[in-house]
Design a protein around this ligand. Sequence first.
Ligand code: AMP
Ligand code: MG
Length: 359
Amino acid sequence: METIYWKLNKEIKEKEAASVIQEAASEIKKGNIIAFPTETVYGLGADATSTEAVSNIFQAKGRPSDNPLIVHISNKKQLRDLVASVSDKAEQIMDRFWPGPLTVIFPLKKDAKLSNKVTAGLDTVAIRMPDHPIALKLIEEANCPIAAPSANRSGKPSPTEAKHVKEDLDGRINGLIDGGATGVGIESTVIQMNEDHIYILRPGSITKSQLQDITPSVEFSYEKENSEKSPIHEQIPRSPGIKYKHYAPNGSLTIVKGENKQKVKQTIQSAIDEATERGEKTGILTFIESERDYDADLVLTYGSRSRIDETAHDLYAALRMFDKNKVTTIFAEACSEEGMGLAVMNRLMKASGNQVVQV
Ligand code: AMP
Ligand code: MG
């Protein structure tokens, strides 16, 4: 199929922008799949009420069918057709964090106007209101909830620029709205809650301490993935997608962690030198402050050591750049796990297949 490309930057007049959104929305209404920017990463959207449209997403991405999709809405009224109930706590959370990078898992309404492919047969549904003018206008204009996973081939790093979407999905999707680079750069925080607790199923830029403003009892649920099964453990909600390999570059990626920066540098440089001797094409992911200390075929940075927002913003573009340059061995300096750093390290760990060297 031929992918339609639209560009929406700040120079474009309001009228023109409105007609692009209209065109893209009419594609969605036809059951087609359209990639669009959100404040987290680019999403690949389809009418969430249409099984045929939603199936097209799974096919284009090569996504396993048991990995449910997040439904994107533009106003809270849309919740009525989708969810069985909204607790007081959920109301508070939506008031505080929506629109924004927070996905909330709700109990699914019995005859919800939703394809059951979206929820992968679960009795819950993941919902988010994105904080991005293009995403919000597209949902409004399409006049339906939009199911949208990240607009990448399954397993690859999520796209933070339109060109990343094109690299992965050109000719596999009906259209792409280029709205420039996304803001946050990593996917939304996913939470589920009951009367007592909020469980973080996937960490993101909305942090545990921000959620603790709503209720003190916030637990990470994904951390216990490998812990021993117990009756309590069985009751903890899980995100089905978390079991899949994700965010991975083609080359082998190893993370080096340690308090002593000199030791981290020495470890990385000597591993890279060995890889060079073996004939590998080498890459290093570090911070702006240390860029000049390394020698490899490609040295990339993900912001400053003290700016976790830059690190999140630049991570996926860097992983894709290693692929583009056919780098076969990559070593990355770990970032701080404070606040959003936890989410960045979660993605980096998955990208590496949990290959970590602690020095
Ligand atoms: P992606 O669309 O690639 O950002 O991934 C969406 C994430 O939300 C995946 O990790 C899914 O497993 C998770 N998710 C979607 N729906 C549900 C649900 N009903 N319950 C738990 N996790 C969900
Ligand atoms: Mg994804």
